[in-house]
Write a protein that binds this ligand. Structure first.
Ligand code: GLC
Length: 552
């Protein structure tokens, strides 16, 4: 047992998830693209980093039009990544290190190269016809409604063979599956069982809130707030194409299945405001996903006031049975270090790993990869290629992991599919492992701290009043009380804790123990017993985890 007296908390509540983007983690066969054997060869790094579970972005056979999110076979492995035997080896190696492995399940759409779609488009009476969403043209011959693809352009593609349109929320090579068809549903449940039977510990479910559409496919309302700087998708409000009541019933079915396998987790990718996001937990009697992904740290303005408000609102929106979760980077989002800068990336590390809820850390953020400029001739992201100039390119977050300063950063022995970060010769894993002041060392020490102080993983959470540019909260568990205080500015800031907090502390708490500091090397904290006065101001960009004594 991980700790005593808390059998209620599961591994996915206590643990930290690490997202691996397989194309860019480690290449083992010199094709410039990462693969499963490469991931296996780097598992010790992940185990020593101190994470608990690995989520792999898609590894299934795919034409790679959307880099794996266009699946041509849900029960196989793309030869670029390896094969099923290699997957089983990886899974066993992950489990041997006491880690969990999650796959990416992509139920909203398949590739147009999936045998199901190839059959579906052959004739109107093909048995697989209704596995996708086919419609007659509008009376003027145009698309059946006004829906816009998330990657730009109409969501409908004309197909000459049978003279109908099919729906695609993303690329036209990613036709949407029809979850109103019971046979399709059965086939997809069988896919989940296929991987669960093999021993995977759960799934991240791609664009779950898209999974089913209003049966009548009405036009979506126009978004009056749209401006030309926004994407084409934002011209409409996705009222009828996403977040339908029936989608929640499907999520509950997924949950039933996952629960029938025991300790597995379902993480739903859902981009919705708090009130609608919280509904994806389902009810106590009929739960849906364990973790509806909370993207607020990716979206929030980076200042103490906005973060405080966002955290309070999110916490308040959760049902009593809903466990929170946090993420500040992904293969879709801009790198956190590019967004907030080098100094605040350290504060972001502390925030991600000390908030209440399961954190997901995206590969490369632990070494602070910042903005990577992708030369125009190397852009690969279909979203960027279709809507250039909007600054929405995703390649800049998908560049290969620089492992060391050797050729191609130890990622590959050939030029990788995407360029490396410009500063890879100095910003790489090996260099940062040797440097106790590096961001990687800070991540490692924070992960270790989280593991040894249950207050940080499963403790209660209370935001507290503090100076304007300071974000502060208390985590409590089993008599331990930790204060986390972070200076979001580059100026010295008083802590200005609320009187109610300071008064509740015994007199000797005016000197408190420092468990972690964003400004001190990991060789100093937490290995050395350091104290500081509680009323000492925070240095610029300083974040602290402090141990307070509590009155009982
Ligand atoms: C999700 C994935 C993204 C992909 C899209 C379509 O948002 O994270 O990478 O392009 O779904 O599958």
């Amino acid at each position: 047992m991980w700790y005593e007296g808390q059998s209620r908390a599961t591994w996915w509540e206590r643990g930290v998830i690490y997202q691996v983007y397989p194309r860019s983690f480690q290449d083992s066969d010199s094709d410039g693209v990462g693969d499963l054997a490469g991931i296996e060869s780097r598992l010790d790094y992940l185990a020593e980093l101190g994470i608990d579970a690995i989520w792999l972005s898609p590894i299934y056979p795919s034409p790679m039009a959307d880099f794996g999110y266009d699946v041509a076979d849900y029960c196989g492995i793309d030869s670029m990544f390896g094969d099923l035997a290699g997957f089983d080896r990886l899974l066993a190696a992950v489990h041997a290190r006491g880690l969990k492995l999650l796959l990416d399940f992509v139920p909203n759409h398949s590739s147009d190269q999936h045998p199901w779609f190839i059959e579906s488009r052959v004739s109107r009476d093909n048995p697989k016809r209704d596995w996708y969403i086919w419609r007659e043209p509008a009376p003027d011959g145009g698309p059946p409604n006004n829906w816009i693809s998330d990657f730009g352009g109409s969501s409908w593609e004309w197909d000459d063979t049978t003279s109908q349109y099919y729906l695609h929320a993303f690329l036209k090579s990613q036709p949407d599956l029809n979850w109103r068809n019971p046979n399709l549903r059965d086939a997809m449940m069988a896919v989940l069982r296929f991987w669960l039977d093999r021993g995977v510990d759960g799934f991240r479910i791609d664009v779950l809130w898209h999974i089913i559409k209003d049966a009548d496919l009405p036009d979506n309302p126009i978004n009056a707030a749209w401006t030309p700087g926004l994407t084409q998708r934002d011209r409409l409000i996705q009222l009828h194409s996403t977040d339908q009541p029936e989608a929640h019933a499907i999520a509950a079915e997924f949950r039933d299945l996952a629960d029938s396998y025991g300790d597995r987790v379902l993480i739903g990718e859902i981009c919705l405001p708090d009130d609608r996001l919280a509904r994806w937990y389902g009810t106590m009697d009929r739960p849906q996903v364990h973790l509806p992904v909370n993207f607020h740290l990716v979206e929030s303005a980076w200042n103490a006031a906005s973060l405080k408000r966002m955290i309070a609102d999110y916490e308040a929106s959760l049902p009593s049975w809903g466990w929170p979760n946090w993420v500040h980077g992904s293969h879709d989002a801009r790198r956190i270090a590019a967004r907030v800068g080098e100094a605040q990336a350290r504060v972001a590390a502390m925030l991600l790993l000390t908030l209440r809820g399961t954190p997901t850390l995206f590969q490369g953020d632990e070494i602070g990869i910042g903005e990577v400029t992708i030369p125009p001739d190397r852009v690969r992201d279909p979203q960027d290629l279709r809507q250039p100039g909007l600054g929405i390119g995703r390649d800049r977050s998908r560049t290969p992991i620089p492992w060391d300063a050797s050729a191609y950063a130890g990622f590959s022995s050939v030029d990788p599919w995407l360029p490396l970060n410009d500063d890879w010769r100095v910003r790489n894993v090996a260099t940062q492992l040797r440097d106790s002041s590096s961001l990687l060392s800070l991540y490692r020490s924070l992960l270790a701290l989280r593991r040894s102080h249950h207050a940080l993983s499963i403790g209660d959470f209370t935001l507290i009043d503090s100076a304007h540019d300071v974000l502060a909260y208390v985590r409590r568990h089993s008599g331990e009380c930790l204060l986390i205080a972070m200076n979001l500015s580059d100026q010295t800031q008083p802590l200005s804790l609320s009187q109610s907090l300071t008064q509740s502390l015994p007199k000797d708490s005016r000197r408190v123990e420092v468990l972690s500091s964003t400004l001190l090397p990991s060789t100093v904290v937490p290995s050395t017993l350091l104290h500081r006065p509680l009323d000492e101001p925070l240095a610029p960009n300083e974040g602290l985890v402090l141990r307070l004594k509590e009155i009982h």
